[in-house]
Ligand binder design. Sequence first.
Ligand code: C6P
Length: 407
Amino acid sequence: MRSFDIDAIRADFPILQQEVKGKPLVYLDNAATTQKPQAVLDALTRYYSTINSNVHRGAHTLSDLATREFEAARETVQRFINAPGSNQIIWTRGTTESINLVAHSYGRAFLKPGDDIIISAMEHHSNIVPWQLVAEQTGANLKVIPVTDDAELDLAAFEALLSENTKLVSVVHVSNALGTINPVKSIVAKAHAVGARVLLDGAQATPHWNVDVQDLDCDFYAFSGHKVYGPTGIGVLYGKTELLEAMLPYQSGGEMIEKVSFDGTTFNVLPYKFEAGTPNIGGAIGLAAAIDYLNQFDRQLMANHEHQLLQATLDRAADDPHIRLIGRAQSKAGVFSFLLEGAHPHDLGTLLDQQGIAVRTGHHCAMPIMDQFAIPGTVRASFAFYNTQDDVERFFAALAKSKTFLL
Ligand code: C6P
């Protein structure tokens, strides 16, 4: 196991060494996407420069090598989230596609008029819109767990929404806009008690700690490779075997079939039934390299480090009467979402960028929760384990300078 040496860690990330606008980069947009360690870049280069070929198809050596690495990557992901079987790991393009797969193949097939789907008011659009479409197409009702002023799920209201009509609950593990860590294990247990299935959107949880899908007992779990230090364009859907078996394919074409004739087609076994077409082979191998990179460290130490950065930020912000913090949950991941009173988030984001500070501004694809707080959006600084106390200092120095222009 490698020690948590922040200088050595930062040296692993080439992009962090550069300057932006003539200033050393302070990258605080990790909730949007994380940077990639050299190990991931090397894995992609090695794949494309030595074994690139299509998987499960060729009769030649390279295809065999690519297939082995591709399937080994699936097993790496299986261990990463402690899934019982690697055939429960379905490659997708990302969290968005994973949720759409469940909405399409489970929602449209199994929901009917009068059934209830429950989501929450703090969902990302990718966990709202697919369910709105499913509700329209099936006649099911879409119900929403309210969020308190402290940015926590109203669990009493959730329990009141649950009934024998509840067939599916789909909630975010960690909110990208607020940082709230939701008590998903108890949400799963309560939903199961009424016979409902549960999908968890893990896009913002997997970057921070080791998720255990068996411990959570969720029915589906979705996450994106690019948020866990892997490449873009690769993601994961985990599902319980009996559900995946019962579901029809999401897309159709090559790979997902067993036999095709004009009398009819039979489908391939799991997970290939859900993987039509040539998959993102390099992306899967790159994601496995990212997980191997993370596994070199004690992830608890990484999480502690991120938490210290968040706490230092919140402490500094508490002393500033101009800062309005959005997201005051007790249990919070490394997301600092705020408004500078009197300033539009985009203006502040631009001024920070000019000082080499990368943050995200806007509604963060979570318009309903912005509406609830009656704001157009926020400025969001989000932490990864390679950020430092110095990044926090430089963020606040840049904020102070921006205030001289804006206030
Ligand atoms: N949030 C953010 O800046 P994709 O784009 O498919 O990899 O992930 C979608 C998604 C789903 N759920 C949550 C909780 C998310 O945070 C995201 C992506 C990014 O917050 C881009 S909008």
